[in-house]
Ligand binder design. Structure first.
Ligand code: URA
Length: 436
């Protein structure tokens, strides 16, 4: 086989066989197929799509490109969660300890920033000392000893996705239902969890702009997971505005710490309750959403989730002094307030623009080799539906210097629509998708 022929086949709208997909993925992982051919192929998939069989084959080829963990010799059951990507999405930092604190071991492999969306691994690495590059052996040990581990993809687990994910981030090949489905599910299947909840986001701050596309993505992933013998459900959640108030790596860690200590934004906490209650029910710890939520609420209110979070941070090498006193986390030297240009109700906050601005400030990558600035980002002062007076703060910009901060102000203003009439905030949770 030749990569160029498979690129052309997909470019022309053809369907790749299972053997062709397996060959492509193996060749990419071994280095026989270079980045430039793989990115051309990924772009062909973005433009031409893949059918369900091709998507399932791609998922399995990427999952099997490294170790497939089986954690049953350590614990009877593990749970996992994954988001399809959004702006201000620090859900894992709150949800994973909440769920682990009620006794469900969380074995999670997370991603770095992707396109305009942030990634949990980049966020966690704002905590000095914290390591996310764990070997399969360490991953297993932390599941056993702490009951919670959040790792980056090591060379051992789904290495094909690790490589392709980094390539897609910088080649404008993220927005594709089959590529996202295969990327998410290959990691989830390789990490070995029995119960998986997927947070499938839609809206301007997500890769799926419409509810219809998000539903298709959710159904595709739920079908792949259940076919592989896992219990899976998906929540369709709104990214019609950023989640919580903070956008940017260290800023989001601070917000998540606040939530674990009882002061979290209502939308973030509600999303975690909904996702967590799916896991608690799938694991058969509680029979209904109401009792599952009560259990999770208790874990949050009692401080058990916070204690579990700090154990995880310490076990992964993080310096607890920075977590216990989050003011010590990396902080941007320049902070300026963006005032509202007029009085009215906030009608629209375009998450994608805010995410891209965060990248421009240094919070994301333009090339695979770029390092990121954990300090920078944005903090909203108002959400959709809020009334703002002209000149009152709309958000604050956290930048490496005041020139950078001033430079992004016009783009930020273009992300907002302020209306005269009251506006109803969009519903956070649209639907729960389970196996059909
Ligand atoms: N999250 C992933 O892990 N992969 C994607 O492609 C998108 C979101």
């Amino acid at each position: 086989m030749r990569a160029v022929d498979l690129i052309a086949k997909k470019r022309d709208g053809g369907t790749l066989t299972s053997a062709e997909i397996a060959w492509l993925i193996t060749g990419y992982v071994t280095g026989d197929i270079p980045d430039y051919q793989m990115s051309a192929w990924a772009m062909a998939v973005v433009l031409r799509g893949m059918d369900d069989r091709e998507t399932a084959d791609l998922t399995m080829a990427m999952a099997r490109s490294g170790d497939m963990l089986d954690l049953h010799d350590l614990v009877p059951l593990t749970v996992d969660k994954h988001s399809t990507g959004g702006v201000g999405d620090k859900t894992t930092l709150l949800l994973a300890p909440m769920v682990a604190a009620v006794g469900l071991p969380v074995a999670k492999m997370s991603g770095r920033g992707l396109g305009f969306s942030g990634g949990t691994v980049d966020k966690l690495e704002s905590i000095p000392g914290l390591r996310t590059n764990l070997s399969a052996e360490e991953f297993r040990r932390l599941v056993r000893e702490v009951g919670l581990v959040v790792a980056a993809q090591s060379g051992d687990l789904a290495p094909a996705d690790k490589k392709l994910y980094a390539l897609r981030d910088v080649t404008a090949t993220v927005e594709s239902i089959p590529l996202i489905a295969a990327s998410v599910m290959s990691k989830k299947l390789a990490a070995g969890a029995d119960c998986i909840v997927l947070d499938v986001k839609y809206g301007s701050g997500a890769f799926m702009h419409t509810l219809t596309d998000a539903r298709t993505l959710a159904r595709t992933m739920v079908a792949i997971g259940s076919h592989a013998g896992r219990r899976v459900s998906a929540i369709l959640s709104s990214m019609q505005q950023p989640l919580g108030f903070a956008i940017g790596n260290a800023l989001e860690v601070r917000e998540a710490i606040g939530a674990l200590r009882g002061g979290g934004p209502a939308d973030l906490v509600e999303l975690c309750m909904t996702l967590g209650s799916q896991l608690v029910q799938m694991a058969k710890l509680r029979p209904c959403a109401e009792s599952a939520r009560a259990l999770l609420r208790e874990a949050l209110d009692s401080g058990a989730a916070w204690a579990t979070f700090t154990q995880m941070i310490a076990a992964q090498g993080g310096d607890l002094a920075f977590v216990e006193n989050p003011d010590r986390l990396p902080t941007a030297p320049a902070q300026i307030v963006l005032p509202a240009p007029r009085s009215g109700y906030v009608a629209t906050i375009d998450g994608q623009t805010l995410g891209l601005v965060c990248n421009t400030l240094g919070g994301g990558r333009a090339r695979k080799t770029d390092s990121i600035d954990h300090r920078v980002g944005l903090v909203l002062a108002a959400k959709v539906g809020d009334w703002v007076a002209e000149g009152a703060p709309l958000l604050s910009i956290h930048a490496a210097n005041s020139e950078d901060a001033q430079g992004v102000a016009p783009r930020l203003l273009s992300a907002y629509i302020i209306a005269d009439e009251p506006v109803t905030a969009p519903a956070l949770i649209e639907e729960i998708v389970t196996v059909s």
